[in-house]
Design a protein around this ligand. Sequence first.
Ligand code: ADP
Length: 445
Amino acid sequence: MDINAILAERFPFLNTSLLHARIAWSIRLRWVAVVGFFLATLSARFLVDLPLPYEAIWKTLLTLFFLNLAYYIILKIVKTFSFFAELVFLTFHILIDLVILTYIVHLTGGIENPIYLFYIFHVVLSSILLPRWLPYIIATIVFFLFTVLVYSEHTGLIYHYSIFESASHKNEVLNYLTLVIFTITVYFSSYICTNFMHIFRDSKRQIDHLYDQLQKADQQKTQFFQYASHELKSPIIAIKASIDGVLSSFGDQLQEKPYNVLKRASVRSEQMLDIIRELLDLTRNRSIILSNHLEKVDVIKALNEVIQNESATAESNNIEIIFNCAFSELFLNGKEDDFQKLFNNLIGNALRYNKPGGKVYINVKLENKLLLIEISDTGIGISPEDKNKIFTEFYRAENARKKISFGTGLGLSIVKQIAENYNGQILVESDILKGSTFKLTFPIQ
Ligand code: ADP
């Protein structure tokens, strides 16, 4: 097994794209650190006038700046690192950062300057960014670098830049105490952070697992719907055809009562066929994988056609449809049939759940590379509790059931599914008894 496969198996919560994002994040943080340090030294020089080797500090910051630029360019050029390479690259960043920080701590007063607390950032960051045992190695390197620095300045092995004219680097007790407390802080921070990350990764793994199960259950439900609706369709068509046949051939010979019973049975079987057709539509749209064979669909033309088809229903209820659109055509990639179904459902609902003499407004706009289609009505409205439920299969709100006794409760599920298949979104705003606005958005290519 190669090293990448072994690492991927050992760290299932990490993958190359995640590591890539983490490296990009650490590069952004480093820009902030370089600028922050630079501004701090400017203040130290011109506001407080601390006696520091500014030239050496600025050269170090410049080195860090160019190193970060190099990381940035490498990350932009090499888009596909292997898992192992990403991990090495990230660890390498952190190690170089630690060496540079140690040098800056040395230049800015060593143990005298609490800037050495910045090591803790690296320990915390490495605990977040790296897998479980690596942060402890980083903590040990931090301990080693700082101890060597303090010891070397204490013994005079290297020069000590004094900023407060104190000789604290010579004070043995202070040095030991600082090192002991610093070491405890470093390892404890590492322990807390890695443990927290462990809990976080465990929870994420559980959530992923549950999500997988949920998706499987949803798939099974879709398959069941598909199977059931397919199997039910033919017998219902046969039943309806037989009833309609009896009604048209022998209807005039039947008494009123049996005639009405058969008429009701015909209407009911038609309603059942509606449900089956919508279920088939829904399951088809769920299992669809949008292929490359998409046409350019003129959305404005599709809307006009649906408005035209619905005009008789609108007229019979004295409802006015007002279409506001500044474009004569607007194209989206997709299937014409899908957009027809989508608009049919939304405009159909706006008419069905409207009041006699009401209005339906259809507005089409372009906003920030998004096509926005709003379908508003002046109808019964949707209560805040129902707003989240109406996109689930078979759900019909109480007020809608009172107004129109038959409905499948599947139209909006189909609308949502189609919109999502085309990377679109559907939202609803509504005031009970005043009306509703359904907002569809699609990204424009
Ligand atoms: P159906 O219209 O067959 O009931 P839909 O899936 O199209 O099924 O709609 C689901 C529910 O959402 C409706 O039963 C109704 O409660 C609510 N609804 C949809 N559109 C509107 C609207 N324009 N005004 C008020 N309620 C609506």
